[in-house]
Design a binder for this molecule. Structure first.
Ligand SMILES: Nc1ncnc2c1ncn2[C@@H]1O[C@H](COP(=O)(O)OP(=O)(O)O)[C@@H](O)[C@H]1O
Ligand SMILES: [Mg+2]
Length: 401
């Protein structure tokens, strides 16, 4: 019995519980320990049966189901909970994951997908690791939107190189989505050509499962995954806001860090990207047009309280000639600068032309060290750029100030 996983399910709806039960009964390695039709009773059922995995179908009453997931996860921290939903409700999926569900499956559940998910959970349980450190299904994911304040301000350079640096740590799963649909060039910067683009994934988003989704992204040698922009310009219009919403919510279940490289057009898709992100890195340079746009964009974003709070200013190419002073820039922008990236044209251009990210092409360059510092700041290894400067003098040297 060692390799058998004992599973308990709860789903008030017969119409979805029965097919799932039949699926589970058909698998030798699964023992259906308990089947429950009421969310209210499931806690006791788990308490008595102590299964290896709990499956909670959330569609009958999302609030109750999510409460139940949170309760199960806090009372039985070693019990992996798998959430199932057939509704295309990204928020609900996200809530389930945030409440502690380790995996999410779309109903009707496909056998292959179910087995893969259960296998992953088995490995975690077998290792006796907490799911916070398992590295296969991160519960907490961070989504960064990289938004430019004018053309050529450095969004793609930051998105690609930040993604590559983050991905070099094998405990992270990092993906970059190129949302500059018409003119994006993250694929060029990484010299990657995938079988699938954002358009393929978006139009099929209701039909694909997480495994297919994961396979659709192409992997760079740094470990970074990329979902490139569509090849054909006419395919750009296929990608709608709800596609992106669902895509990001699904990817959150598999990736610890998602980076969205936005277009400069403030399109509805860009706005959606801002809404689904946890942090908006608004990239600026120390020139008037960029700073003026930062002010305009901040005003627009602040109209939505949630969006306004997510914005952090990243100054790029600091230290180039003819810069407006930092002090003046902060005055214009009206808030402190979150991070400064040094001007390092040679490393940047050479790495871009080679199609190799800085961390591989010029790991000791000032530009790469700047990006590493940004990654450390974002992941909490350093409090702030200022904090790091105080301790080590590192950025002072880096910025030549
Ligand atoms: N920190 C930097 N130092 C020097 N050059 C940079 C830096 N960041 C970006 N660049 C250069 O600026 C140009 C535009 O950058 P890119 O990332 O494509 O901007 P965007 O995606 O915002 O249009 C590129 O040629 C890149 O090499
Ligand atoms: Mg770009």
């Amino acid at each position: 019995m060692r390799d058998v996983q004992r599973v308990a399910i709860v789903d008030p709806s017969d119409a979805t519980r029965e097919p799932l039960r039949n699926l589970l009964l058909g698998v030798d390695s699964i023992w259906l320990e308990a089947e429950c039709a009421r969310y209210e009773f499931f806690f006791d059922v788990i308490h008595q049966s102590m299964p290896d995995v709990a499956i909670v179908c959330i569609d009958s009453d999302q609030n109750k189901a999510i409460q139940l997931i949170a309760q199960l996860c806090s009372e039985f921290p070693d019990l992996p909970v798998l959430a199932v939903s057939g509704k295309n409700d990204g928020q609900a999926i996200l809530q389930a994951l945030r409440s502690g569900a380790r995996e999410f499956l779309t109903a009707p559940v496909q056998l292959e997908e179910l087995l893969t998910a259960l296998n992953r959970l088995k490995r975690i349980v077998g290792n006796g690791e907490s799911h916070h450190s398992n590295g296969t299904a991160p519960m907490q994911s961070m989504v960064y939107a990289v938004l430019g304040s004018r053309g050529g301000v450095g969004c793609t350079s930051i998105a690609v190189n930040l993604g590559a640096v983050l991905a070099q740590d094998p405990s992270r799963q990092v993906a970059l989505i190129d949302l500059d649909l018409a003119l994006g060039d993250a694929d060029v910067a990484l010299d990657l050509m995938g079988d699938h683009t954002l358009a393929d994934v978006a139009v099929n988003i209701d039909r694909i499962d997480m495994n297919f989704l994961r396979r659709s992204l192409c992997k760079h040698s740094t470990g970074l995954f990329l979902l490139p922009h569509p090849v054909q310009l006419e395919d750009c219009q296929l990608i709608r806001e709800e596609h992106l919403q669902r895509l990001v919510n699904l990817l959150r279940a598999s990736y610890s860090h998602l980076i969205l490289d936005l277009s400069k057009s403030f399109s509805p898709l860009d706005i959606t990207a801002l809404h689904v992100s946890d942090m908006i890195l608004l990239v600026a340079q120390l020139d008037l047009s960029s700073l003026r746009n930062v002010v305009r964009m901040q005003l627009a974003l602040a109209a939505d309280e949630v969006l306004g709070r997510k914005v952090q200013i990243v100054l790029n190419r600091v230290g180039s000639d003819n810069d407006i002073s930092l002090k003046k820039a902060e005055e214009i922008i009206g808030k402190p600068i979150y991070y400064q990236i040094v001007n390092d044209p040679r490393a940047m251009i050479e790495s871009r032309n080679a199609g190799v990210p800085l961390c591989q092409h010029a790991p000791r360059s000032k530009a790469n060290l700047s990006i590493v510092g940004l990654a450390d700041t974002l992941t909490g290894k350093k409090d702030t750029q200022g904090g790091a400067r105080k301790k080590t003098g590192f950025f002072t040297t880096l910025l030549g100030r």
